[in-house]
Design a protein around this ligand. Sequence first.
Ligand SMILES: Nc1nc2c(ncn2[C@@H]2O[C@H](COP(=O)(O)OP(=O)(O)OP(=O)(O)O)[C@@H](O)[C@H]2O)c(=O)[nH]1
Length: 566
Amino acid sequence: MSKAKQKRAKRLGFSAKFKAKDGRKGDASGRRNTEQSPAQTVKDSRNPEEIRKQRLQDLQEKQKLSRERELMKRRNLQTFQNDILQRQREFEQRETEMQSLEKHVNFENENSRKAYYREFKKVVEASDVILEVLDARDPLGCRCPQVEQAVIQSGTNKKIVLVLNKIDLVSKEIVEKWIKYLRNEFPTVAFKASTQQQTKNLKRSNVPVTQATTELLSTSACIGADCLMKLLGNYCRNLDIKTAITVGVVGFPNVGKSSLINSLKRARACNVGATPGVTKCLQEVHLDKHIKLLDCPGIVMATSTTDAAMILRNCVKIEQLVDPLPPVEAILRRCNKAQIMEHYGVPDFHTALEFLALLARRQGKLRKGGLPDTDKAAKSVLMDWTGGRISYFTHPPETHTLPTHVSAEIVTEMGKAFDWDELEKGNQEVLAESSCPDIQMGFCMETTGLTQGGQGELHCDLGLEGGSVEASSSKEETESMEDDQDPEFGPMTVEIKSQKKTEVPATDAASKAPDLKNILNVDPLLQGQALLAAGKKRKKLQKRADKLATKLSDTLTSAMDFSFSD
Ligand SMILES: Nc1nc2c(ncn2[C@@H]2O[C@H](COP(=O)(O)OP(=O)(O)OP(=O)(O)O)[C@@H](O)[C@H]2O)c(=O)[nH]1
């Protein structure tokens, strides 16, 4: 070993290694290491690598200490100040980075979007027919040109069918107009998925048009399944497919893909939820031996539409929103101010933030120190929007123009395998089934469950008064606002449900119960029940009287306390 090497080894404390190499006990200089105990020497000879590491660490610590000592010698007030400023700057930078990370919770969604897209690709590859589910309230807004393009590019043997779901949330006229508009491109089926909670025997209505009642509407049964099944059956027949076909169900989040599959299966095969992103990966459901359905996670690939529009289309989880102000501003832009003021019971306001502060105060949503929690108020407004309390629907354009990714040849090719007349008939039946002379559907239905974070459930708010359906009252209770041109949604109608509540008569058992002395006036068959109620009432009154008496006597005792004590 050269001298220089020996010196370096000595500096780094490699004497043990050196010893091992030349066979002598001692450090690099060749001197015997007298400081080591015999036990240590034995240990050292056993594990030289560890000793080397330890020595290196010691050396580094020593160097650090000496550096710090040097620094302290040179330190003055100015360097201290610089140090503090530097640390403050670092802290602030970290804070802003954290904030920007939080602000982009959607980055996470960006990743999941990519994962969802991969799943979607799998679905397209495996499917013969793609059902693109659209929300009847805003069909164009939740149409995904990229999805259609991907299907078209993957060959003409794959067919696209548009399913106009949630038709119960809009009027029949609007559904008809949309079907007329959309069938210029692809076969379109009107549908209302079942929103029942049970796991089996989901209801599917096949009541003849003439016998459809208002009660049918108020149920959560599925409408349109027969038409869709016939369409798929005809497809198999027309193409003479003897084996099974695979049907992919794709669309925006929360449009009702899983609900549609469950309705066709008549069982809760897929998870359903009122928040977007419930379906996370591809799921296979065998309808029968001829049809296999594939549930796909909701995909959002729109880059042109603003985030606010995506939130209003219920594509983003409201609880996760970091800045809910822009979508609320978007809602306020679309609503009539007077209606909003009346609906939420707030005074006049100038900005969305002012409105939210007023609303938060009114709803008792306060932060520490009594400051209004505008974030919570904003989220409650957004929940009202996505949950249907502020309902909306868009109008189809007057004239139809083919989108750039769809050519006339593709339209003809796509439509070839389907029986259009049968489809037309089926849609008519669905619309007739879901319509009724007295009420306008959609204006009275409401998807709930969002606020509880549970499954959506269809509730009918038909303005029931004394058990009868009052069409006019339900109409009166909704106030609409027509917006001719909306840059993000196109022509749109927004409706705010008035919060008028019917007076509930007092149903207190005690108030209903007769007095004991009047028990003989009660119907003899009901006397047992009345006696029980009367007994309860007497006990309750007795308790109240006792309480009052105790209070009175306490007050009197304290008033008559003349002990002159402090
Ligand atoms: N009123 C009404 N609500 C519906 C209908 N179809 C689905 N829903 C409700 O819409 C919500 C979303 O339904 P899902 O079936 O989970 O929607 P999805 O498209 O599978 O959602 P992701 O899994 O997020 O992609 C649930 O609350 C359903 O109850 C319908 O036809 N009418």
